[in-house]
Ligand binder design. Structure first.
Ligand code: ATP
Length: 306
């Protein structure tokens, strides 16, 4: 009994960590590959992605029985376009992202990429197609080079540097004591929140996925840092199908479509201008955010306004 208990407990700890924080889930999946809930269908082949169209079709999902977290969610992200998810805490935004990465299988309905149900393809190929920039990026206790290289292990050093340039962190790295060979992470040089996010962006640029999932950091960055990060994020998302979980409405004004979630349902959808004109949930969130502009965090206004 003890022998069984220890690994299960270990598993539980890591499992909860990923559920909660999206802690570098691509890496965690390697660790957990023995124990996934989701398994490849017999004979599943790799996904074939030419355009990168993402469709949720009447998706309903519960983590536990009798508590539906997503209800009949339907939307499409056309190839290369950006859809933003907003709504109060617990409304199901991150769950949508987790389902697309196939952390779990949907209960009813389907998720399709270029017309292929993600249940029918190998998870390895699915996850190769999708890049994730989580809220909090975990750095390995290794060099900054290794940390960026992780996005595509066979990439040449020159590609790593180009990715770092794209993420606007190259110049900063060149000021580190050993440049790209500088040890970072808990036991090395500590990076700021904004720098860690840039590392995640650089990793994703290096991976060059067709689809990008971006879980915006809730922690407030200073305005200048935020502006710089925004520029790198925009660069990352150009011509990639993008889904953003947004905590600050200012970052999604130009999204092709905004979905407003409440208790697992899409209650409003449209562009920023459409939604502001509708005097609904989004319009009141936007008003709140404008009022709070001089206040400390715009994020709290989103969470409170519904
Ligand atoms: P936030 O803005 O706070 O990140 P969210 O909109 O992303 O919230 P989700 O994380 O998708 O919300 O959670 C939706 C609902 O599912 C919540 O009620 C949450 O408590 C529940 N939930 C999330 N993860 C699990 C889990 N692993 N097991 C059971 N319930 C969960």
């Amino acid at each position: 009994i003890i022998q069984l208990y220890v690994p299960l407990n270990w598993f539980g700890t890591y499992y909860r960590a990923i559920q909660k924080n999206f802690v570098d889930m691509e890496n965690m999946f390697d660790l957990l590959s023995e124990r996934q809930e989701v398994i490849d269908a017999p004979g599943a082949g790799p996904i074939v992605v030419k355009r990168g169209v993402v469709q949720f079709k009447n998706v309903t999902f519960s983590y536990v029985r009798d508590r539906v977290v997503l209800k009949n969610v339907t939307f499409e992200v056309p190839a290369g376009k950006t859809v933003a998810l907003v709504g109060p805490s617990g409304s199901g935004k991150s769950t949508i992202i987790r389902l697309l990465f196939r952390f779990y299988d949907v209960d009813t309905g389907s998720i399709e990429i270029d017309g292929q149900n993600i249940k029918t393809v190998t998870q390895e190929s699915l996850r190769r197609t999708i890049g994730v920039v989580p809220q909090d990026t975990v750095l390995f206790n290794n060099t900054i080079l290794y940390n960026i290289n992780y996005g595509r292990l066979d990439a040449a050093e020159s590609d790593v540097m180009n990715a770092a340039r794209g993420a606007d962190i190259h110049e900063r790295i060149m000021t580190f004591p050993n440049k790209y060979e500088t040890e970072v992470g808990e036991r090395g040089l500590r990076l700021s929140g904004g720098e860690k996010q840039r590392v995640a962006i650089a990793r994703t640029l290096l991976k060059a996925p067709t689809i990008v999932l971006l879980d915006e950091a809730t922690s407030a960055l200073d305005t200048q840092t935020e502006r710089n990060i925004q520029a790198s994020l925009n660069e990352m998302c150009v011509n990639r199908t993008t889904i953003i979980v947004a905590h600050r409405l200012s970052t999604i004004i130009h999204a092709d479509e905004i979905l407003v979630l409440k208790e697992g349902e899409i209650v409003e959808r449209g562009t920023h201008d459409n939604l502001v004109g509708q005097e609904g949930v989004y319009a009141s969130m936007w008003k709140q955010q404008l009022q709070n502009k001089d206040g400390k965090s715009a994020e709290s206004s989103i969470e409170q306004s519904t």
